[in-house]
Design a protein around this ligand. Structure first.
Ligand SMILES: [Zn+2]
Length: 242
C-alpha cells in the first residue's frame, strides 16, 4: 500500500497484487475504485517496444490512482484487432492477437469479479485503440452500467479525455512515442527511424503524426493534461457512486 499526502488529505492507493487483505480493505473502505489497465502485445515499429500499449495503460492508471486513490489491477495483456491483421499492411511478427469473442468474455468476467469484490467505480483504461477491440470494451461497460445502476463502469482510451491538438488515436506515432519516452525512455530508439524519407504506415508501422519529433516533454504535457481531466471526471463519479 502506498499513500500520498495532498493539500488536505491522504490519498490511499496500491497495486492490488502486492497487497494483503487488510491493506486492500483499508483502501476499498475509503475509495472503492478499481483501475484495470488493458494493454496489448503488438508490433509498434522498430522504434518502440511491443508492450507500449500495456506500459502506457499501466502507468496512466497508476498516476491516476496516486491522484484520486484506489487499487490498480495487473495489466490485461490481451487484445484483438492488432496491426498484424490490419488490411493493406504486412507485419505478421511480434504481435500476440486474440479473438474479439475472447476480449468480450474476459471483460465481462473481469467486471463480474470486480463487482463481487465490492468496487463501486471500475475504470478500464485501454492502451490499444484498434477497432472493434476498443468498442467491445466500451459496449461491455455500457451493458454493465445498465445491469448494475449503483456501480459505474468507465471504459475509455487516454485520447478520449484530451483535446485533439494534444492527442488523437495513433499507432506508434508522435503521441504514443512521446508517452513511451516519458514513462520508459530506455525502451525507445528514435535512431531506428529513417532520416531521409517520410514515415509511412506500410513501412514503419506508424499511423499518425511523425514520431521523429517525439519528446519526453510532450509526453509529460499529455500526461498532465490527462490527469487533470480524468481527475475532474472521477471526482464527479465519486460524488455520485461512493
Ligand atoms: Zn499502441
Amino acid at each position: 500500500m502506498d499513500t500520498r499526502i495532498t493539500n488536505n488529505s491522504t490519498i490511499k492507493w496500491g497495486l492490488y497484487e502486492n497487497l494483503r487483505p487488510c491493506q486492500i480493505e483499508a483502501i476499498i473502505n475509503e475509495k472503492a475504485i478499481a483501475y484495470l489497465p488493458w494493454g496489448a502485445i503488438e508490433y509498434h515499429g522498430k522504434h518502440n517496444p511491443v508492450g507500449l500499449d500495456s506500459i502506457k495503460a499501466f502507468h496512466l492508471c497508476v498516476d491516476l490512482a496516486k491522484e484520486v486513490g484506489g487499487l490498480v489491477f495487473p495489466t490485461v495483456n490481451l487484445a484483438a484487432n492488432l496491426i498484424k491483421s490490419y488490411p493493406g499492411v504486412n507485419f505478421p511478427k511480434h504481435s500476440i492477437e486474440f479473438s474479439e469473442k475472447l476480449i468480450r468474455m474476459v471483460c465481462e468476467e473481469y467486471f463480474e469479479q470486480l463487482v463481487l469484490q465490492d468496487f463501486k467505480i471500475i475504470v478500464l483504461l485501454s492502451g490499444h485503440a484498434g477497432e472493434p477491440h476498443l468498442e467491445i470494451l466500451r459496449t461491455v461497460a455500457h451493458e454493465f452500467n445498465e445491469r448494475y445502476p449503483d456501480i459505474c463502469f468507465w471504459a475509455f482510451a487516454e485520447f478520449d479525455v484530451l483535446p485533439n491538438d494534444l492527442l488523437v488515436a495513433n499507432h506508434s506515432a508522435l503521441g504514443e512515442t512521446s508517452l513511451q519516452l516519458y514513462y520508459n525512455p530506455d525502451t525507445v530508439n528514435l535512431n531506428s527511424l529513417p532520416k531521409d524519407r517520410p514515415i509511412s504506415l506500410e513501412v514503419d508501422a506508424v499511423s499518425g503524426k511523425d514520431p521523429r519529433g517525439a519528446t519526453k516533454e510532450l509526453g509529460e504535457k499529455i500526461v498532465k493534461s490527462y490527469l487533470k481531466n480524468t481527475s475532474v471526471i472521477l471526482e464527479e463519479l465519486i460524488r455520485k457512486y461512493l
